[in-house]
Design a protein around this ligand. Structure first.
Ligand code: CO8
Length: 260
């Protein structure tokens, strides 16, 4: 089947079950303007709604995953305009997708670019990756979830350092802090395809439930989260994939998932 074409992103299927969405505004280091972001969210929503897709990858170029929100587009905005149009209200669309998203980061992931990657479920980075929240140098703060997601992920001190100094960190430091897993130079998309393909070859209902349950940990108290997890676990006994998976184990054969 032919994927829709977009002006600012490339969509491909590197292997069955995997949709690869590549940010493609190279001249601006993939800075995210409104049209670019609309294309990213449309392409990802399209893949999310496609039953043949089991996992998605979001990547940029070797030089830049994304260098942030487009500063030139944003610089003259007034408070009234930002507030009345609820600027960035549609920004959470990636985080709301039901299928797993893997961010494959090379080069710069700055500001909104890092915040975009942080909406993914799994983050892989090339050794060349440079991550940061430089908004403080522009007289502002992160507006796409950086202060909240980083604080939950790497704690207060590391987050404060990123947000208040605007310093960029390299892939090694980002891995030590627990933001990414670093892979060999030049292999980040290939590694992402491997991980995505492995996930796409599982039963999609269980994958969906696993993602929902892990994400609940960031929204709920422990007691609520544990109850939510257990109810999802109970519900999976109603699926054919659970019957098949456990029967296959008992019969010492490979499971044939029907995603039902
Ligand atoms: N916005 C607009 N254009 C950009 C951006 C950007 N964020 N980043 C790079 N570009 C453009 C440059 O203006 C330049 O264009 P031109 O050739 O027309 O002058 C081109 O990309 C290449 O960039 P450089 O020449 O600067 O390349 P260098 O290798 O010298 O430097 C850097 C690379 C260090 C990445 C540098 O470009 C830089 O500092 N960029 C800005 C990084 C930044 O401050 N990002 C944060 C932006 S604010 C933000 O993201 C708020 C988040 C809000 C939520 C998310 C909403 C989508």
């Amino acid at each position: 089947r032919a994927d829709r074409e977009y002006a600012n992103v490339l969509v491909s299927r590197p292997t069955p079950g995997v949709a690869l969405i590549t940010l493609n505004r190279p001249k601006a280091l993939n800075a995210l303007n409104a049209a670019h972001f609309q294309d990213i969210s449309d392409a990802m929503k399209e893949a999310d709604g496609d039953a043949s897709v089991g996992a998605m990858i979001l990547t940029g170029s070797e030089r830049a995953f994304a260098a942030g929100a487009d500063i030139k587009e944003m610089k003259d905005k007034s408070f009234a305009e930002a507030y009345t149009t609820d600027f960035l209200a549609n920004w959470e669309v990636i985080a709301k997708l039901r299928k797993p998203v893997i961010a494959a980061v090379s080069g710069y992931a700055l500001g909104g670019g890092l915040e975009l990657a942080l909406q993914a479920d799994i983050l892989l980075a090339a050794p060349s990756a440079q991550l940061g929240q430089p908004e403080i140098n522009l007289g502002t703060i992160p507006g796409g979830g950086g202060t909240q997601r980083l604080a939950r992920l790497i704690g207060k001190s590391h987050t404060m350092e990123l947000v208040l100094t605007g310093r960029m960190i390299g892939a090694d430091e980002a891995e030590r802090w627990g933001i990414v897993r670093v892979v060999r130079e030049g292999s980040v998309v290939d590694e992402a395809v491997k991980v995505a393909s492995e996930i796409a070859n599982k039963g999609h209902i269980a994958v969906n439930a696993g993602k929902e349950a892990v994400n609940a940990a960031f929204e709920m108290s422990l007691a609520e989260g544990l109850r939510f997890e257990r109810r999802l676990f109970h519900g999976l006994f109603a699926t054919k994939d659970q019957k098949e998976g456990m029967a296959a184990f008992a019969e010492k054969r490979r499971a044939e998932w029907t995603h039902s």
